[in-house]
Every structure is written in C-alpha cells, then in structure tokens.
Design a protein around this ligand. Structure first.
Ligand code: NAP
Length: 253
C-alpha cells in the first residue's frame, strides 16, 4: 500500500497506459479519478473505475477533455469535493499523429498541441493552485515520450509537443520544489497500446523496433505504471525535475 490515503487524478485513464496507472494506483491504496474523453477502454473490457471498484478500490469516472480549461477545472473541483484533497496528478491523456512537416496541416498541429501540450499546462496549473493553496506536498507526473527527448521519424508535431512537456516538467519543478511539490516526467518507449497498434501490426516495423531495443521487446503499459507508482510514492521525494526514460534501452544508442 505505497499510496495509501493518497488521492490521484489520472487523465486519459480509460485506456492503455493511463488505465494501467489508475489500476496500479488503486492497488496501492489510492483513490482515483479516471478522467477521460470516453469511458470505454479502447482495448475493450470493463471501464477502469468499474474494474477498480470490483477489486475493492475507490474510483470515479469523469468525462473530461484536457484541451478545455473548463473541463479541466471541473475535474479538479469535483475530485476535491468528493475526496477532500488531491495528492497526485498524472498528465497522461494524449494523441499521436504521424506526419512529416511537409504533410502536416495546421489543424493537425493545433490538435496535437491542444491535447498533448496545452492539456498538460491546464492540468499542471490547476494542480499547483490546489496543492499550494491547501499546503499539499503532492506529485505531478507528466507522461512525455522518448519522442520528447530525441527525434522520431515523421512525427513533427508529436515530437514538438512532447519536447514541450519534458522541458515544462523541469521548469515547473524548478519553481515549486521549494514548496515540496514533486514534479517529474516519464518518457515511455514504444508501448503495446491501441495508440501503437497500427504500426506494430506491420511485421517489418515491429521487428525493427524490437531489434533496436536492447531489452528485445516492446513495452507493456505496466512498465510505465510501475514507474508512475514510484514517482507518486514518498520513495521518490528527492527525485525531482527528471525525465525518467522507460524504453528498454532504446535511447541509449
Ligand atoms: P491510448 O491507448 O490511445 O489512450 C489514451 C487515452 O486518452 C484514450 O482513452 C483517449 O481517448 C484519451 N484521450 C485522448 N484525448 C483526450 C482528451 N482530449 N482528454 C482526455 N482524454 C483524452 O494511448 P496510450 O498509448 O495509452 O498513451 C498514453 C500517453 O502515453 C499519451 O500521452 C502518449 O503520448 C504517451 N506515450 C505513449 C507511447 C506508446 O507507445 N503507447 C509512447 C510514449 C508516450 P480516445 O480513445 O477517445 O482518444
């Protein structure tokens, strides 16, 4: 029970990585707000909050769009109202669009920036306001990507947005460390979720990915969830402003 008595918001938690984080947090004793644009998991199965409750945990679902300021404010207001406080915020909701700059339309650029970067800004702002007002020494965990640290072929807008998330993490950590607010990012490699299904189905691409990963496998959502539990727990209090790469070694060469 490494997160006993903590209250967490996980965005994009109906599916994939966010779902796995919400489930692990609940296993470790946290009460979880599952905030997502849709309730049904992209990969199928029971909605995350129902699965948590079925296993004896505490959770609620909130339909929310992280690219909308009002929607984000509502997540924080309703979570604080129901659970009394907010200790951990995981900014996980995101989309992936693969397009080289020559094909990238302005609408696509704006959409990815609105969800992957502006969404993190809205949620972080609310988290900081809540934690500083209530005197909570909480944790903010941003799900960036290896594409926020190195180039990733044909993903111009995604790399730009995730690069923003990775550096926003360092800057916010600099400003609020003295208040005891712990801020870090996780940079996953290629993880088996619906987001990556299309290119994982291409044998050539999948085998290229696997062969170039020193660990010789792609990531699982649980690999990221375990890192998130560590960053949300008191064990990581002196780990601050970091981009924790969880990629089986992809970025070391
Ligand atoms: P996923 O399986 O597609 O899950 C993302 C969830 O976020 C979906 O339920 C999605 O709903 C929701 N979402 C999308 N836009 C939203 C919005 N505006 N507001 C609230 N929720 C929204 O993706 P994933 O692979 O778990 O990715 C999670 C995070 O990890 C993302 O930030 C992604 O960039 C990052 N990441 C993933 C990988 C990877 O290999 N999978 C690698 C590095 C980083 P809809 O289905 O309706 O869109």
């Amino acid at each position: 029970m490494r997160l006993k008595d903590k209250v967490a918001i996980v965005t994009g938690a109906s599916s994939g990585i966010g779902r796995s984080i919400a489930l692990r947090f609940a296993e470790e004793g946290a009460k979880v707000t599952v905030a997502d644009i849709q309730e049904e998991p992209r990969e199928g199965g029971k909605p995350t909050h129902e699965k948590i409750k079925e296993e004896g945990g505490e959770a609620m679902f909130m339909e929310a769009d992280v690219s909308s300021k009002n929607s984000v404010q509502d997540i924080f207001y309703r979570t604080a109202e129901k659970y009394g406080r907010i200790d951990v915020v995981v900014n996980n909701a995101g989309i992936f669009i693969q397009d080289k700059i020559e094909n990238l339309e302005e609408e696509e650029w704006d959409r990815i920036m609105d969800i992957d970067l502006k969404g993190v800004y809205f949620c972080t702002k609310e988290a900081i306001e809540h934690m500083t007002t209530e005197g909570i020494e909480g944790s903010i965990i941003n799900i960036s990507s290896i594409a926020g640290l190195v180039g990733y072929n044909g993903a111009t807008a995604y790399c730009a947005a995730k690069g923003g998330v990775s550096n926003l993490t360092k800057e916010v950590a600099l400003d609020y460390g003295s208040e005891g607010i712990n801020v870090n990012a996780i940079c996953p490699g290629v993880i088996k979720t619906k987001m990556t299904e299309e290119f994982r189905e291409d044998d050539q691409v999948r085998s290229f990915m696997e062969q170039n990963t020193p660990y010789k496998r792609l990531g699982k959502p649980e690999d990221i969830a375990n890192a998130a539990v560590f960053l949300a727990s008191d064990e990581s209090n002196f780990v601050h402003g970091q981009n924790l790469v969880v990629d089986g070694g992809w970025t070391i060469h």
